[in-house]
Write a protein that binds this ligand. Structure first.
Ligand SMILES: C[S@@+](CC[C@H](N)C(=O)[O-])C[C@H]1O[C@@H](n2cnc3c(N)ncnc32)[C@H](O)[C@@H]1O
Length: 258
């Protein structure tokens, strides 16, 4: 038997389940109760991390949102007029269609495309911020995906990976028992493993933010080392003066409230 057969089987099972589930869910996804309980708090955290990046770098941010779903985070960035270009990538074409349909007419700072997180169709060092929320547990080869995150990240860029936090009792019951039973082929990695993935991929300054009590989530943030000899934050040679907006986190709360 071909030694790679179990891995191929696992890959097909995970991706097949995700495709069926999200193709069927694309239309009603934004009205789901999970949107209020789980997904919207994640967009808030992503917006705060985008603000944090912009506070440290005085230039436009190139964002890649992986497993973007119906593109809600990208849409919030565009509607708020933040100084960023966003590419949303999702495995399921129906999700991308829905995401495009939600964008205000004339938005040219956001685009969506179908693709696999394991094989990102981008050149090395193309993005300043790689985000991924509530999608990582669908990936059969998580370590390989984190390497892809790192590959497309420019020096000084950051990864913000959000997924269910299954390292306390509530999280274990919600994600390892309930979600795993409902969704089939999924795996919520323990935080220590995510930390190990980040280190193995060469990401540094790793930190985590936990949020949400009933559906606990964790954001893991890591950086690609800046180039040797690069100037102080915000003072790089390609910085455009005056392009950074007020980086106060409360703006992201206003965006969500709107
Ligand atoms: C629960 S949704 C999260 C969407 C969005 N990030 C959010 O927080 O609302 C998970 C998304 O991951 C996508 N996905 C699953 N496997 C994927 C893969 N291998 N590559 C890219 N996207 C994938 C699904 O199609 C789905 O849209």
């Amino acid at each position: 038997m071909d030694a790679s057969a179990p891995a191929q089987h696992r890959s097909r099972a995970f991706k097949g389940d995700a495709t069926r589930r999200f193709a069927a869910w694309a239309h009603s996804y934004d009205r789901s109760i999970l949107n209020f309980l789980l997904f919207r708090p994640s967009y808030l955290t992503l917006l705060e991390e985008l603000h944090a990046w912009q506070a440290d770098h005085a230039r436009r941010c190139r964002v890649l949102d992986i497993g973007c779903g119906t593109g809600s985070f990208a849409g919030l960035v565009a509607v708020a007029g933040l100084d960023a270009d966003v590419v949303g990538l999702d495995f399921v074409p129906q999700m991308c269609v829905r995401a495009r349909g939600k964008l205000p007419i004339g938005t040219d700072s956001v685009r969506f495309l179908a693709g696999d997180s394991e094989h990102l169709p981008f050149a090395d060092a193309s993005f300043d911020l790689v985000t991924c929320s509530n999608s990582f547990h669908h990936y059969p080869h998580q370590q390989a995906v984190v390497h892809e995150f790192r590959r497309v990240l420019a020096p000084g860029g950051r990864v913000v990976l959000i997924d269910g936090f299954r390292d306390n009792v509530i999280g274990w019951v919600v994600f390892d028992v309930a979600v795993a039973r409902i969704e089939g082929h999924v795996h919520h990695a323990p935080w220590r493993r995510i930390d190990a993935y980040f280190r193995d991929a060469g990401l540094t300054e790793i930190r985590r933010r936990k949020f949400n009590l009933l559906f606990p989530a964790v954001a893991t943030i890591g950086s690609a080392p800046a180039l040797q000899g690069a100037g102080p934050p915000g003072g790089g040679s390609d910085a455009e003066a005056g392009t950074v907006r007020d980086p106060k986190p409360p703006l992201s709360r206003k965006v969500l409230a709107g």
